[in-house]
Ligand binder design. Structure first.
Ligand code: ADP
Ligand code: ASP
Ligand code: MG
Length: 412
């Protein structure tokens, strides 16, 4: 039997009614002759609620217990989806991650998928089951503990299943009808893309576009999974949504193809550290050990042998970073005058594979921000993206200004 993977995000399974609506879509594919693996997220808002409980009870939590708690939302929707399908006379069964078993690393909170055995589910398909419903976002570590794959991880579960089972396609059903030039909730000029290249989607995702988890795009690229993003609220025809595909299959030729933002950024500055060989290692070593994901880094010009070191990290890791730096100071490894955290910043980025062969994108970006009176705090660039850190209150304005400056509302 040909096989499809269909993934439903939180808003698509937010109530029994929506689960029924999603199940109907699955039913249509079964009627079309497919076996289906359905990957479900937790109901909208549920994972946030669970994370909130964990943080309230233990701000410096044990990540194994964090995973035990936050993985549970998906268990509920997996069971409810299987029941809904059964009510429609479609033979369905649910699986939690450990039952598959979806084996992962032991990096709790952001585990990597290592193996998905197919025999268990395939033998059920062979016996007449039509739909396997699998709880997204979760797996089991070599130590036998429940793990989670990082926020948005159900996308990755879906692509990994599509790769492991050789699915014809992996359809990601969400609350927008595809990938846009920027978040359609921020700019009403955002334009839906029919296709986007893996490389661009990878950058957009890693720079904050929530629509696909970064790791899911990586996996789809590596295993040649046909990955499509589409709406669970609208009727979709064959060419609906956005296909994530190889660069060669793209017809558009814009230099910049999208604008991404990330709201949850913080800027931290270590004031007056000694400018000596090894200082960066002395700072960023302990931060890495404490599990702080440092993103941008700037070291100011030194005066009198001392300098300021600035870096950015997710807002919810600031306390962790502060603790690690104060401990390093106490151990005498880093000596700084002060540690200042600015939690009111955001990162805005422009992405495009055309930037490889076009100069002037940075200049245009900076001019457009300057016209709006937006001050840039930190800049980083790579081959196909430019990111800036700015005050969070200007984030939406910056996204809109850049979307206009690069004329993204027009097809290129
Ligand atoms: P789900 O719960 O279905 O996984 P997510 O909230 O994780 O959905 O992702 C979908 C959201 O991603 C959309 O509601 C949209 O606000 C946001 N988003 C951000 N950037 C983009 C973009 N470039 N294109 C489409 N959606 C985007
Ligand atoms: N429920 C998880 C989250 O909110 C995983 C997912 O939805 O992809 O992050
Ligand atoms: Mg998501």
């Amino acid at each position: 039997m040909p096989l499809l993977v269909m993934k439903f995000g939180g808003t698509s399974v937010a109530s029994p009614d929506r689960i029924r609506r999603a199940a109907k879509r699955v039913g249509r594919e079964v009627a079309n002759g497919y076996d289906v693996i359905v990957i479900v997220s937790a109901m909208a808002g549920e994972t946030n609620r669970l994370v909130g409980y964990v943080n309230e009870i233990a701000p410096f939590y044990d990540a194994r217990e964090y995973d035990a708690v936050v993985s549970s939302g998906e268990n509920v929707t997996a069971g409810l989806m299987a029941l809904t399908l059964q009510e429609m006379d479609i033979p369905a069964r649910s699986w939690q991650g450990w039952q598959v078993p979806l084996r992962t690393s032991s990096a709790h909170g952001s585990a990597r998928i290592e193996e998905i055995p197919t025999d268990n589910i395939n033998s059920r398909f062979a016996q007449g089951m039509k739909v396997a419903v699998v709880a997204g976002f979760q797996g089991i570590s070599p130590e036998g503990r429940i793990t989670t794959l990082g926020r948005g991880g159900s996308d990755t579960t879906a692509v990994a299943f599509a790769a492991a089972f050789g699915a014809e396609r992996c359809d990601i059903y969400t609350d927008v009808d595809g990938v846009y030039t920027t978040d359609p909730r921020i700019s009403d000029k955002a334009r839906k893309l029919d296709r986007i290249a893996f490389e661009e989607m990878l950058e957009l995702a890693s720079l904050g576009a929530k629509v696909l988890q970064t790791r899911s795009v990586e996996l789809a690229m590596r295993y040649h999974v046909r990955l499509r993003v589409l709406s669970s609220f609208e009727d979709n025809n064959e060419s609906a949504g956005t296909l994530v595909c190889d660069e060669e299959d793209i017809v558009e030729s814009k230099v910049v193809s999208g604008v991404a933002y990330s709201r949850d950024e913080a800027k931290m500055t270590l004031i007056s550290v000694a400018d000596r060989p090894g200082i960066a290692a002395a700072i960023f070593g302990p931060l890495a050990e404490a599990g702080v994901n440092v993103d941008m880094i700037v070291q100011n010009i030194a005066e009198d042998g001392r300098t300021d070191m600035t870096f950015s990290c997710p807002t919810d890791q600031v306390a962790r970073a502060e603790k690690a730096m104060r401990a390093a100071k106490e151990r005498g490894e880093v000596n700084f005058h002060d540690l200042v955290a600015d939690k009111d910043v955001a990162k805005v980025s422009v992405v495009g594979i055309g930037m490889r062969s076009h100069a002037g994108v940075a200049a245009k970006m900076f001019q457009s921000l300057s016209r709006e009176g937006i001050n840039i705090k930190v800049i980083t660039t790579s081959e196909i993206k430019i990111s800036v850190l700015i005050d969070r209150k200007y984030m939406e304005l910056a996204v809109q200004a850049l979307h206009d400056a690069f004329e993204l509302e027009k097809a290129g």
